[in-house]
Design a binder for this molecule. Structure first.
Ligand code: GLU
Length: 305
């Protein structure tokens, strides 16, 4: 665990009461009900050591962090064919933008913006018998955690207010890159975003991206080394919407954020770390989360670079 405990504790104390200019996401009404003062951190190493502080064990809405899990399952199901449906380039645009889709003929720039994740959900719909159940089982099996679940309230709230996602899905369908019924794909997408996990659970579930030899308790290997490399690479270049360059520049780790205020970051062959603080900066990333991780890699002098 090196000196991580001490460094994490010190940064936590320094940041806990700072003036946070961020704002809790409210475009999904249910997300606005969270206590904005929540602040938790958890690190899990590939040697099965863990350390958490603050609200590390409280479950929250993981939102777009789920895009890594849907991508992982779709990648396992259809292999390299997935890149015919979704690209691997940073979009440089907000997470819910429709702008590039017209010029790109309905092929989303990457799987970590909403357009890309909706196409990934469409792929899953075509290959899973009971998409919601099967995806949940997949997530539970990765980390041997049967307590993982969707939030019905968040999923329904997003369904009622998901106008941009509804537009995205219809627009992509007009280019032929959505094969299933639009409402069914969106319903599934909203549920995947509503998954709830704590910082501890998130750092544990994503160890498969840090540890090449990771197997769950059924002795299943989640990804090959090459597949894990690819997903980490997309996280590094596309994990933070139109702030992906900034995150790589300041933090230097592959990562993924969600509008619930969570951020996970992976150090391949070492650890996975999660920060949760619900107040977001104007680009939709947790203000304190980014600051924490910047200080963490600076003070530990340990990033991938
Ligand atoms: N469920 C959110 C949406 O589709 C996810 C956004 C995010 O976390 O980036 O708008």
């Amino acid at each position: 665990m090196k000196n991580y405990k001490k460094i994490i504790t010190n940064i936590y104390k320094d940041l806990k009461s700072i003036d946070d200019p961020g704002k809790v996401a409210n475009y999904i009404p249910e997300l606005a009900n969270v206590d904005e003062n929540n602040f938790g951190i958890h690190i899990s190493t590939i040697n099965n050591e863990g350390f958490g502080i603050g609200d590390a064990n409280k479950k929250f809405s993981i939102q777009s962090i789920s895009k890594i899990l849907t991508l992982t399952l779709a990648y396992k199901l259809i292999g390299e064919n997935i890149w015919n449906r979704v690209d691997v380039e940073p979009s440089g645009n907000p997470f819910n933008s429709l702008l590039q889709l017209e010029a790109d003929f309905g092929k989303p720039r990457n799987p970590f913006i909403n357009a890309g994740a909706i196409v990934v959900c469409d792929i899953l719909m075509s290959h899973l018998k009971n998409p919601k159940e099967d995806f949940l089982t997949f997530c539970r099996n990765i980390s041997n955690n049967s307590s993982l679940n969707y939030s019905e309230k968040v999923a329904q709230s997003e369904k009622k207010s998901g106008f941009r996602n509804i537009a995205l899905c219809n627009f992509i369908k007009s280019f032929g890159n959505i094969k299933n019924d639009v409402d069914a794909v969106l319903d599934f997408y909203f549920y995947t975003c509503s998954l709830e996990m704590s910082c501890k659970e998130l750092s544990e579930i994503f160890l498969y991206l840090a540890d090449e030899t990771y197997t769950n308790n059924k002795n299943e290997n989640i990804l090959t080394t090459s597949e894990a490399k690819r997903i980490n690479a997309i996280m590094l270049t596309c994990g933070f919407y139109d702030e992906s360059g900034e995150f790589a520049f300041r933090v230097g780790l592959p990562g993924k954020s969600g509008v619930g205020g969570g951020i996970i970051a992976v150090h391949p062959n070492e650890f996975c770390i999660t920060v949760w603080s619900p107040k977001l900066n104007p680009k939709g990333n947790s203000y304190k989360g980014m600051l924490f991780l910047e200080k963490f890699t600076t003070n530990t002098e340990n990033s991938i670079f």
